[in-house]
Design a protein. Structure first.
Length: 88
């Protein structure tokens, strides 16, 4: 995520604006919704991205030989439990 999300690093390729534009075209959201919720969503996204980054670093420390596999399983569990809105 750190390598892709432009909220974490502005030079990264993934831009939320692209998704918003697509959602507007699909009629999933309205312009009014995007302005009202933008700040709260950005704050939540940054908080959850930081949580996931910290989780990654923790797993790399605790499980140096199997961090990728252990972290992937932990993220799958989190998705099933809807722990993070950015992955739901």
């Amino acid at each position: 995520m750190n390598d892709r999300c432009s909220l974490i690093n502005k030079s990264n390729p993934c831009k939320c604006e692209q998704w918003v534009r697509f959602a507007l075209k699909q009629g999933w959201i309205t312009k009014e919704e995007t302005f009202v919720k933008k700040q709260a969503v950005n704050i939540l996204t940054l908080q959850e991205a930081k949580t996931l980054k910290n989780l990654k670093e923790l797993y790399q420390t605790l499980y140096p030989d199997s961090a990728d596999q252990a972290l992937a399983e932990r993220i799958r569990e989190g998705i099933k439990k809807k722990e993070w809105q950015i992955l739901s």
